[in-house]
Design a protein around this ligand. Sequence first.
Ligand code: UT7
Length: 346
Amino acid sequence: MSGPGRAAVVTGLGAWLPPRVVTNDDLAVHLDTSDEWIRTRTGIRRRHVIEPGEATGDLAVEAGRRALKSAGAETADVVVLATSTPDQPCPATAPAVAARLGMGAVAAFDVAAVCTGFVYALGAGAGLLASGFARSALVIGADTFSTILDPGDRTTRAIFGDGAGAVYLTAGDAAEPGALHGLSLGSDGEHSRLIEVRAGGSRQRSTGLSAEVADTYFTMQGRPVFARAVRHMAASVRTSAAESGWDLGDVDTFVLHQANARILAAVAAQLDVPAERFVSNIDRVGNTVAASIPLALADACHSGALVPGARVVLGGFGGGLTWGSAALVWPDLEVPQVRAAAWATS
Ligand code: UT7
C-alpha cells in the first residue's frame, strides 16, 4: 500500500464446488487405473466436476458471492479472476462474473498463471490497492480442468478437479490481522513446455491448419514438475516467511497448492517443519488449479485447522512455470459453507 503501514487486508473468504463427485473407482471403470494407485501416489480419493454446459464463470460467481457475504460487502472496486480455463478464449471471464454479481461498471480482468494463478491475482489485487486505484478487490481463483483433460489420460484425469474460491481484500493497516505481506512471485519460462495445452492459441492458429485433437488437451510431465514444485514452493515459502520477519518454526499453518499429498510432505521435509502444519484437503477435491489455495483455506476454517491469529503462509506452483507465496496473520472471518457434500468423509 502507498504510505507506511498501509496494506491489503483479507476481510472475506468464500468457496464453491460443483455437486457432481467423481471417485477413484468411477475413473477405474473406464481407465486403466485403481483407487489404490491414485490414493498412494497422490492422496486423492475424489474430485468434483461440472456438468455439460457449465463453465468456470458459474463457479466463480458462486465463490465470489460467498466471499462478498463473508466480507459483508455488496461490491468491490475491482474483480481479479485467476483462471486458465476461461469461459471462452476471448473476452476475459471476469467482467461477466462482475456483472452477474451485480457489481456494476467495476474494473475486471483475468490473470493466467495456472496453479499459481491465485497468488498472482492476490498480488495484482494488492497492487491496485497499493496504487490507490482501488479501496477493495474481489480476488477469485476458479478452474474447470475437467474441460481440457484427455478423456483417455489416466494420469491427468486422476489428479484434477473443478472448483472456485475467493477472498475479499480491503485497504487497511499492515499491523491488523489479515494484512498480506511477504509477497514473493517467480517464473521459469525455459521450462514452460513441462505443463501445456499445445493448440488453441496464436502459434497453432496462425498456421491456418486445424489442430490435432491430442494437442487440444492439457499435458504435464509429472516427474520433472514434481521436483520443481517441491524446490520452488519451499524456496518461495522461505522468502515470504523471512520477509515477514518470521522463522519457519513460527509459522502455524502452511496453506500450499494442493497438487499431490507427496509434494506437501516433501516441502515440509525440505523446510524441516512438522507436516501436520500443512493444510490438506486434496483427498476430497484433487488439484483444483487456481481454486486450490482459497478452497483449502475455506476447508481449513471449517475443520478448525486454521484459526484466527494463526501465522499463515500461502504458496503455489504451476504452469509457466510459475510460483509464488504470501504471508498473513489469519483474521476472524465468517466463512459461508462450501457445498456440504465436499467435506463429508468416506
Ligand atoms: O498443479 C501443477 C503442478 N503439478 C504437480 O505438481 C504435479 C506433479 N507430479 C505428480 O504429482 C506426479 O508426478 C504424478 C501424480 C503426476 C505421477 O506420479 P508419479 O509417481 O510421478 O508417476 P509416474 O508419472 O512416474 O508414473 C509411474 C507409473 C507409470 O507406469 P510405468 O511407465 O512405470 O509402467 C505410469 O504410466 O505409473 C503409471 N501411472 C498410472 N498408473 C495407474 C500414471 N498414472 C497412473 C494412474 N493409474 N492414474
